[in-house]
Design a protein around this ligand. Structure first.
Ligand SMILES: NC(=O)c1ccc[n+]([C@@H]2O[C@H](COP(=O)([O-])OP(=O)(O)OC[C@H]3O[C@@H](n4cnc5c(N)ncnc54)[C@H](O)[C@@H]3O)[C@@H](O)[C@H]2O)c1
Length: 358
């Protein structure tokens, strides 16, 4: 661990389902980081922070955390509908900023963030497409770059959650942007990353409410499928679900002219196989954090490296000029904008029943 004086001082904002996990990573598992402050409007989340974290300064108002001169960078794990404005506020306060995906639920808001970030080139801004930091996804990327499957032209990718009977997904729908902007946005980013950043030209989406009737009021579904066409004859197929019985089953496949790669097809929790009268099976990762625990950690370490080391290998950068090296590790703000653009088009297609041209 570096001495405290050399560590990047973070303020984590939002201490819900994922914020608590990020806060613990920054506090205990990222050598160059110091968790200096935490913010939540909810008293019970601040009480959790008091018990679980190493004495960060606690704020119930984001503006107060931004005014803290002993915070170098903010780490936003707040509802998606708040991201864009909170990123802009962080940059204006002179803070580096990490923000969970998606960048925004609105394309114009994404553009506003990119324009604002360009005014602060000395500050890092990164969006949490952590799948790029998962060792298996990274290995697939490297194999594609080495030409192992020829020219990749098709990605088939899914993000599916275990069914949650307590209604979390219905409450979450008010600010999530719907299943395509919340779940499929990861698969969109993976597809663009593995296919060499092609531009999307047309999408078609369809969906069903299999279990969670409460989603209808938000125009959302609990199962969605989509096709995305890219220029240059590249394609992607997506599936998202909130109703899986067996666990969080997030996997991808990339098909090339000389082979294919499957990434995480069996969402196994560990390497134990159970042999019994029903056959042979393994237990599955119950939720996204169990599946991507390592990826979240690598992502945080890469962010610290990027801030402390400039545009370095493993770092994540906001400008296209240095993205050649960093593209293998993290998404740029421009990538995050494209993911929202495609996600918004999928939502529009779901609602209209028509293909959407981009
Ligand atoms: N990378 C991934 O795979 C992944 C997985 C889950 C969630 N996420 C993203 O993380 C974000 C949070 O998701 P979650 O599941 O933790 O949601 P959540 O509802 O459990 O937590 C949201 C948190 O934001 C806080 N909050 C609300 N308004 C605030 C404000 N004005 N200022 C400060 N804090 C505020 C809430 O108190 C809560 O702590 C979302 O954007 C979601 O898309 C990403």
């Amino acid at each position: 661990m570096k001495p405290a004086a050399q560590r990047l001082r973070f303020g984590v904002v939002g201490l819900g389902r994922l914020g608590k996990r990020h806060a613990e990573n920054l506090a205990y598992r990222v050598p160059g980081a110091l968790l200096a402050a935490a913010c939540s409007p909810l008293a019970d989340e601040l009480a959790w922070a008091r018990d679980a974290l190493p004495e960060p300064r606690l704020y119930d108002d984001y503006a107060d955390l931004l005014a803290d001169p002993h915070v170098d960078a903010v780490w936003l794990v707040t509802p998606s509908s708040l991201h864009a404005q909170q990123i802009v506020d962080a940059l204006r306060a002179g803070k580096h900023v990490f923000c969970e995906k998606p960048l925004s639920l609105d394309v114009a808001e994404c553009e506003r963030v990119l324009a604002e970030a360009a005014r602060y080139p000395h500050l890092r801004a990164m969006i949490g497409f952590m799948r790029r930091f998962d060792p298996s996804y990274k290995d697939a990327f490297d194999k594609i770059a080495a030409g192992r499957i020829g020219r990749p032209f098709l990605v088939r990718s899914q993000t599916t959650d275990q069914n949650d009977t307590d209604g979390f997904f219905v409450r979450f729908a008010a600010t999530s942007g719907g299943i395509f902007l919340d779940c499929t946005v990861h698969d969109i980013d993976v597809a663009r990353w593995l296919l060499g950043k092609p531009r999307a030209t047309r999408v078609f989406a369809a969906g069903a409410v299999a279990l969670h009737e409460g989603l209808r009021e938000f125009g959302d579904v609990d199962n969605g499928v989509a096709i995305c066409e890219f220029e240059g004859g590249k394609l992607a197929m997506f599936y998202a679900s909130r109703t899986q019985a067996h666990g969080n089953d997030t996997h991808s496949e990339v098909i090339g002219t000389a082979g294919a790669l499957a990434i995480g097809h069996n969402p196994r929790a560990n390497r134990v196989e159970i042999y019994d009268a029903t056959g042979i099976r393994n237990e599955c990762t119950p939720n996204f954090f169990d599946r991507f625990e390592d990826a979240f950690l690598h992502e945080a370490r890469a962010f610290v490296a990027a801030v402390q080391g400039g545009a370095v290998r493993g770092g994540v950068v906001q400008d296209e000029a240095v993205q050649g090296e960093a593209a293998q590790a993290g998404a740029t703000l421009a990538d995050a904008l494209e993911a929202t653009r495609i996600g918004v088009a999928l939502r529009e297609s779901l609602r209209s029943g028509q293909a959407v041209t981009l």
